[in-house]
Design a protein around this ligand. Structure first.
Ligand SMILES: *Cc1c(COP(=O)(O)O)cnc(C)c1O
Length: 371
């Protein structure tokens, strides 16, 4: 029996039931179900939250990334720099446009893309850099901003895991030409189904994105380009408006769990903790530790009732989606090393102090016995 689940997504409904039920009834009685008043209100509220002038709501996080690239006219023959260590969506969004994802290795401490390695990957076809704020920690944006400016590249954040985080005091989602985010239920700001969004300060990009998400159409049945159907539902927007009001508080609860783990594990031999840069405020989407005998550690914790996950067991270049295109193993040794050692401990806004203490005791016991 699992004593500590990895994440209790159902607890959001328990905590917010009256407000979510009211949102549901409001939408059902409105007879407006896609891109209506709730979506418009959410776009305004999420833009304000991210400190950007525009938000364009779309169907999911993968589409948000893909549509930004399309809006920037990136496609066939182009190259886009992506982290070698990320969720595969970052790579797939590039491939869907016809461009080629070019992996760059992470920094071993933060596990985010290593800005110092990017210059070597820039070539004549490079058009953009997509850093991912992985596990909820902002990537080194100021270094990448100067690189992008110097080489005339677009800078695009993958902000799916870091809603509410700050870097040098500014919100993620506002640190680049445009940022994609995902409201997949398990994200820090999760919907009750699929949804995503783009945030940007660029009015022209926002305008193109609104057209692209809706069949390339600005006017009903006028189709300027081959756009997509990637629109947000009114129900999801209404639910997200309720949850957005709790995001800072829920991120703060995650931070308290992370602080307890860091304090407890700081001197635990063999367990490697994530390095947090001094200029950032992470939002702890995941708490990613590393251990040389990760699989054994995972099994022992499972035996003690602690659910854990691996993010991610296979780096994108070794998956079936990509390994045929280039020599497989060894191309990104740091990403491969992290995939082999990473273990995500339970973290979330609804963990009780008792559950946090259970995880700390179990991890301490398992790591000590593994030696
Ligand atoms: C979740 C996620 C996405 C994709 O979001 P979906 O809404 O599932 O399409 C993209 N990038 C990263 C880093 C993610 O974690």
């Amino acid at each position: 029996m699992t004593e500590v689940p990895f994440l209790d997504v159902g607890a959001a409904y328990t905590e917010l039931k009256p407000e979510l039920d009211a949102a549901y009834h409001r939408v059902m009685e409105s007879s407006s179900f896609i891109l209506g008043a709730e979506v418009a209100a959410f776009e305004e509220e999420f833009a304000r939250y991210c400190e950007t002038s525009h938000c364009v709501a779309v169907g999911n996080g993968l589409d948000a990334l893909h549509l930004i690239l399309r809006a920037c006219d990136i496609g066939d023959g182009d190259e886009v720099i992506v982290p070698s260590h990320t969720f595969i969506a970052t790579w797939l969004a590039v491939s869907y446009t016809g461009a080629t994802p070019v992996g760059v290795e992470p920094d071993r401490g933060t596990m985010n893309i290593d800005a110092a390695r990017i210059a070597d990957a820039i070539g004549p076809r490079t058009r953009a850099i997509i850093p991912v704020h992985l596990y909820g920690q902002p990537a080194a944006m100021s270094d990448m901003r100067s690189l992008a400016r110097q080489h005339g590249l677009r800078l695009i954040e993958d902000n799916a895991q870091a809603q509410g985080a700050r870097s040098d005091g500014s919100r993620t989602g506002s640190l680049s030409d445009a940022a994609a985010t995902s409201f997949y239920p398990a994200k820090n700001l999760g919907a009750f189904g699929d949804a995503g969004a783009v945030t940007t300060n660029d009015a022209d990009l926002a305008d193109r994105l609104r057209m692209l998400r809706n069949y390339g159409s600005r006017q009903k049945y006028g189709h300027e380009v081959q756009g997509l159907n990637s629109r947000m539902d009114e129900l999801q927007a209404a639910f997200l408006r309720v949850k957005l009001r709790r995001l800072d508080e829920w991120n703060e609860r995650r931070r308290r769990v992370a602080d307890a783990y860091i304090a407890a594990f700081a001197r635990l031999d063999g367990l490697e903790l994530p390095v947090v840069l001094p200029n950032v405020e992470p939002v702890w989407h995941l708490f990613a530790v590393r251990h040389p005998r990760r699989d054994e550690l995972k099994h022992r914790l499972a035996d003690m009732g602690i659910a854990t996950m691996v993010h991610y067991p296979t780096p994108p270049h070794l998956t079936g989606a990509y390994h045929t295109e280039k020599p497989a193993g060894g191309q990104f040794p740091i990403a491969e090393e992290i995939s082999a050692a990473e273990l995500s401990l339970p973290i979330g806004p609804h963990m009780t102090k008792r559950q946090v203490d259970r995880v700390i005791a179990a991890v301490t016991e398992a790591v000590t016995s593994l030696g």
